[in-house]
Design a protein around this ligand. Structure first.
Ligand code: BDR
Ligand code: CA
Length: 307
């Protein structure tokens, strides 16, 4: 049986790649995509999500969420993803395009979770604003959330500051609400996303694969120029999707995670390892297998789209 999931996202180049992998994964049933302000503003992240769903020929519903973090001002990452959020890439306009939901993302998530026969997995790959609002506004949803598999945080280090990863730094108050809940969380943070960087050779292997290979390689050529080191490219958000489709690639430890919300260390995810912690922190991965999975995933997407 496919796992029903909701992807909460701020596309974002790595978000686009992660969503594409999820929408074609045999193991997953993407019921809903919700957007949040993050890498770029909410209008752009929402437009990118809708354009992507249409580009891929899927009918997955998209709902627009929260523009601003709970308390802080939005800090974006347009220096990584470009002003539009997808570098210089332009999606073609589609006929019969998916129409954006008229309801707020949090309302759509609530309806879907409360009415789902199967517990739903949340996959947040942007700031946690929508998810925190959901848990506070509709606490009854908690009993039908299977787990939260998120990209964010780091047991060690940071990318937005020396001690904070971008998604958590962008809305630390929301992140604190989410991590303080006793829901099972899988944290795919910088510890594992940096480890699972792919190579420029991997990108070359997929660039000739029709429309999707062209899109992914073009996106990565823009992203690559700002974030890659020594020919390796970190597609952070893809880790959360691959954790769900290929969990055996990852290793980690149980912990509790305290989010710092104020001061110089704001956004830091202070990780206390303990056997009874409700957070599984991914710390290691089979890098070669991750890279093979990247290439084979996009070969399969290509075959399904154009084969
Ligand atoms: C995270 O921040 C964003 O820029 C990426 O999309 C990813 O979700 C990495 O720190
Ligand atoms: Ca993201």
């Amino acid at each position: 049986m496919k796992t029903p999931i909701i992807i909460d996202t701020d596309p974002g180049i790595d978000d686009v790649i992660a969503i594409t992998a999820a929408l074609f994964a045999e193991e997953l049933d993407v019921k809903l995509i919700t957007t949040v302000g993050g890498n770029v503003g909410i209008e752009n992240t929402t437009r990118n999500a809708v354009n992507l769903v249409n580009f891929l020929g899927k009918g997955t519903p998209v709902a627009k969420g929260t523009a601003q973090p709970l308390l802080n001002k939005l800090v974006n990452a347009s220096f990584v993803h470009g002003e539009s959020g997808v570098g210089g890439y332009r999606f073609e306009e589609q006929e019969n395009a998916t129409v954006l939901s008229t309801r707020h993302a949090v309302e759509e998530m609530k309806e879907l979770i409360l009415h789902s026969a199967e517990p739903v997995t949340l996959v947040p790959i942007g700031p946690l604003t929508n998810v925190a609002l959901l848990l506070r506004m509709y606490p009854k949803t908690k009993s039908n959330i299977k787990e939260i598999v998120l990209m964010g945080g780091a047991a060690q280090g940071g990318n937005r500051t020396p001690v904070a990863e971008f998604n958590i730094f962008a809305d630390p108050h929301a992140a604190k609400i989410v991590f303080d809940e006793q829901i099972k969380i899988v944290m795919c943070g910088l510890d594992v996303t940096r480890l699972t960087s792919i190579t420029t050779e991997n990108v070359r292997e997929i660039e000739g694969l029709g429309k999707v290979g062209d899109m992914v390689s073009r996106l990565l050529s823009d992203y690559d120029s700002t974030t890659s080191t020594h020919g390796s490219i970190t597609i952070h958000d893809l880790c959360a999707v691959f954790y769900l489709t290929r969990p055996e690639i990852f290793k980690g430890k149980r912990a509790t995670v305290n989010v710092v919300t104020e001061g110089e260390a704001s956004g830091c995810t202070v990780t206390h390892y303990t056997e009874d912690g409700h957070v599984f922190v991914c710390l290691d991965a089979d890098v070669e297998e991750f890279r093979r999975e990247f290439v084979s995933t996009f070969k399969k997407v290509y075959e399904k789209m154009e084969g």
